[in-house]
Design a binder for this molecule. Structure first.
Ligand SMILES: [Cu+2]
Length: 459
């Protein structure tokens, strides 16, 4: 009865056709494109990907593909993941959005062991919560735009719920990434993430380079999007269609809502269903023209239609977290907030070093005290962005509830990453229910590498 299937897409990890208990795969790397079971193997290795004809990118990825294989895990069923590091650089694998132990979380700052160059390490954890999570390197990159979040070390981790929410016919995993050049190539000593990229892709293909996504009229396609960029927030649209957003960061939203534009800060995920009811050939792509021209797009082709893919400007973005909140918004919370932690984000130029660093309340990681929490209590983080950039900030090992966005209250939206707009504020509440060191940081690689992090410790 379940006629869900994966649609063929350019990225090796996403190219899976036809459902059923044994997934029949349809492209290279297919055998490993999706991993299931309670013992899985990952290999970190150097590889080259072809983003488009003549555009080869040397990078580092998992199991010879970018994105890495989709890890399909079951909620509450323990898993062992053996990782071999075949590169010459120490690595860490972080399981983003999972509520697991500090030592398994893949963050040096939390005390997780490093996966040494040429070595092996086994991660063990019990996956939760359900939904669209992901895994990626947590190594620093500093000035090397081939390393860390700039590399191809990212993949989906989907924690299967007992009952799949949402009615859909097929499922597509699409990870956004931006690529090169290196800082040396740029000849620019001061890295600016907005100008540093030459190419952009969904999975491992630039717009027009891979196979179109073939759909039929009337089909409901579940898109699972991830912004796996090293540092660039983005917005995407599919002209002629709307996205019905059902989950943010893998968590079902209280009020699913249809929008024309999806905005994804670095590390954010959006699960959205598109009803295919506008036959033709379309570009699903970045709303920013330059970003689309650099490759961030995917052709959607209806059965029986051929020709040039069409793009229409969607106009002003209709995206807002508020759209998906609980209604009415003034819901009473059962649990009192124990303490509010104000956190002011600021960029500071250090003349003696000739560079910028990032500060939270006038301190830069690691030269700062951790926030201290008590198990079982609820805390509010009050983010105030005193800089002219949007910051996608992420809390490890816990989820939080959005409580206000730039002064406007909200309820019921659960996330692990949130974009704090420039000169704006966001408040989130989390329950300290997972003892152990916990990292909070901006997910823009260049910001976290230069001080935009803080630890939370249980007393
Ligand atoms: Cu930032």
């Amino acid at each position: 009865m379940d006629r869900r299937r994966f649609l063929g897409l350019s990225g090796a990890a996403a190219v899976q056709l036809a459902a059923g208990p044994g997934w029949a795969n349809a492209a290279r790397g297919e055998a490993a494109a999706s991993l299931r079971g309670n013992q899985l193997n990952l290999t970190i290795e150097r590889l080259k990907i072809e983003l488009a004809h003549g555009v080869e990118i040397p990078t580092v990825g998992y199991n010879g593909m970018v994105p890495g294989p989709i890890l399909r895990l079951k909620e509450g069923v323990p898993v062992m993941i053996d990782v071999e590091n075949r590169t010459g650089v120490d690595e860490l694998v972080h399981w983003h959005g999972l509520h697991i132990e500090s030592l398994q979380d893949g963050s040096m700052e939390e005390g997780s062991p490093v996966l040494p160059a040429g070595g092996r390490l086994q991660y063990r954890f019990t996956p939760a919560p359900t939904g669209t999570r992901w895994y990626h390197t947590h190594a620093m990159a500093m000035e090397d735009l081939q390393q860390g979040g700039y590399s191809g070390q990212f993949g989906f981790l989907y924690v299967e719920p007992k009952n799949e929410p949402g009615r859909f016919d097929c499922e597509v995993f699409m990870a956004i990434h931006h690529w090169g050049p290196s800082l040396m190539e740029m000849g620019n000593p001061e890295p600016d993430p907005m100008v540093g990229y030459r190419y952009a892709s969904f999975n491992d293909k630039m717009l027009g380079a891979g196979e179109p996504l073939r759909v039929k009229r009337g089909e409901r396609v579940m898109f699972r999007f991830l912004n796996a960029s090293g540092s660039q927030n983005t917005a995407i649209a599919l002209p002629g269609h709307t996205f019905e957003v059902i989950a943010l960061d893998g968590n079902l939203v209280p009020s699913p809502h249809k929008v024309k534009t999806l905005q994804l800060g670095v590390a954010e995920r959006i699960d959205a269903i598109v009803e295919m009811n506008a036959p033709g050939v379309w570009v699903l792509g970045a709303t920013d023209e330059q970003e689309r021209a650099s490759g961030l797009g995917q052709v959607i082709e209806y059965a029986g239609h051929k020709g040039k893919a069409r793009w229409d400007d969607p106009g002003v973005s209709d995206w807002s977290y508020h759209l998906f909140q609980d209604k009415p918004a003034a819901r009473l919370d059962a649990m009192q907030v124990e303490e509010i932690f104000p956190m002011v984000f600021k960029r500071v130029y250090l003349p003696q070093k000739g560079m910028d660093v990032w500060m939270i309340n006038s301190a830069s990681f690691p030269k700062m005290d951790p926030l201290r929490v008590i198990r079982g209590k609820k805390y509010r983080l009050q983010f105030m962005n005193a800089s002219r950039e949007d910051h996608p900030v992420h809390l490890h090992r816990h989820s939080f509830e959005l409580k206000s966005i730039t002064g406007v209250p909200t309820n019921g939206i659960i996330k692990d990453t949130v974009v704090v707009p420039k000169y704006g504020s966001v408040e989130v509440d989390f329950v300290a229910d997972n003892p152990g060191r916990t990292l909070f940081h901006c997910h823009q690689q260049i910001h976290m590498d230069y001080g935009f992090m803080q630890l939370i410790e249980y007393v």
